[in-house]
Design a protein around this ligand. Sequence first.
Ligand SMILES: Nc1ncnc2c1ncn2[C@@H]1O[C@H](COP(=O)(O)OP(=O)(O)OP(=O)(O)O)[C@@H](O)[C@H]1O
Ligand SMILES: N[C@@H](CCC(=O)O)C(=O)O
Ligand SMILES: [Mg+2]
Ligand SMILES: [Mg+2]
Length: 448
Amino acid sequence: MAKQSYSKDDIRRIVKEENVNFLRLMFTDLFGTIKNVEVPVSQLDKLLDNKLMFDGSSIDGFVRIEESDMYLYPDLSTWLIMPWNTEHGKIARIICEVYTSDRKPFEGDPRNNLIRVLNDMREAGYTSFNCGTEPEFFLFKMNEKGEPTTELNDKGSYFDLSPMDLGENCRRDIALELERLGFNVEASHHEVAPGQHEIDFKYADALSAADHIQTFKLVVKTIARKYNLWATFMPKPLNGVNGSGMHVNMSLFHDQGNAFYDANDKNGLELSSDAYHFLGGLMKHARSYTAVTNPTVNSYKRLVPGYEAPVYVAWSASNRSPMIRIPSARGLSTRLELRSVDASTNPYLAFAAVLEAGLDGIKNGIEPPKSVDRNIYVMDEDERAAAGIADLPSTLHNALKEFQTDPTMKKALGPHIYQSFLEAKRLEWASYRQQVSEWERDQYMELY
Ligand SMILES: Nc1ncnc2c1ncn2[C@@H]1O[C@H](COP(=O)(O)OP(=O)(O)OP(=O)(O)O)[C@@H](O)[C@H]1O
Ligand SMILES: N[C@@H](CCC(=O)O)C(=O)O
Ligand SMILES: [Mg+2]
Ligand SMILES: [Mg+2]
């Protein structure tokens, strides 16, 4: 999706020409949920002059009631006319930055936080942090009340064609809609599990890439509904089959191009010292940023052996079982692929966390451990220990323990978000711990 630059006058003109009646002002809460404030177009001038206020106390993890008045500052480059709900005239969305009542960027806004970390990156000499994501999702049938069921709509498998893949029409429709909205769709295919799909679009700078993920999810969910299907990005909705990941491909660019590429690499991988050090940082902080990239109880049901999701902290240039893979493309496409991330993450927080980890690697010259170029899943515990391969956290609880002892994560999220995130996620874990599951009753009711 090419970044557009619109002036205030451009927006005023488009509103008239396109007959836009409503403005949907979007931002993202701590948990990655899109929040909307919809205003009639009569409020346009107020919005463009950064005078539009809303009540921040109603947003999860934002502020206390006594400091609730906040401003929405529109990012004009995110202007987009939505293709739906045209019976009341057109609706345009615009992504906003949240500002406090004394006109400072609100530290609890995940998007502002990413902007802050990207500014630090620029000071370190880089021009952009590029992220290309590969979101996977399931399509479930809906019941007559419009709620999701656990019934799938196909029995297809990886790269299957119709008639096995009944979700194909829906997925094609999604891809077309995305193209109409300006996305550059690079691939769209059925995934390994029945009812599971993937749509990949071209990478962008981290801020736009995070905005794109939010728009993408909205499009996928909305189009799926038209087919009576419920699209979910939940990491592991079903037992016994693959879960859904959201691999993140990343690279740093500087004025001379891709900072990860070096044709003269003495290791023969054509990677620069920046690439190795960024990788070193990603490896060092893996167990702590996992709390951010895999932030739900359910995330950890995906990170188990046997389902193509990573379980161990390792990297490889030739093999897909480790957490980080170096895809073979070089030159401008030189990148690291982090395969642990899932789409329950807040993309603004995830990109801030991995960027801070990588920059820590560059700043401190952290060398990555040796690559693991064999299938880790067939190595036993002793072999893994001998190769220095750590496990990823096995539960949200364990991930939070790592997160809370890593100063780099506090730096990545800033003290406000760091604290709110920790508190919210601890509560989530406590609530989960108190539940007795069907599995436990099946296992123990008759036995004891
Ligand atoms: N320099 C780069 N920096 C960041 N992302 C990039 C760069 N070059 C390409 N990409 C992005 O990487 C992603 C590659 O997705 P693709 O599905 O081809 O990856 P893959 O890892 O081979 O797939 P899979 O894991 O499903 O086998 C795309 O979003 C693409 O735009
Ligand atoms: N679905 C797998 C990834 C499959 C793939 O390699 O694309 C996961 O959970 O990460
Ligand atoms: Mg995939
Ligand atoms: Mg991938």
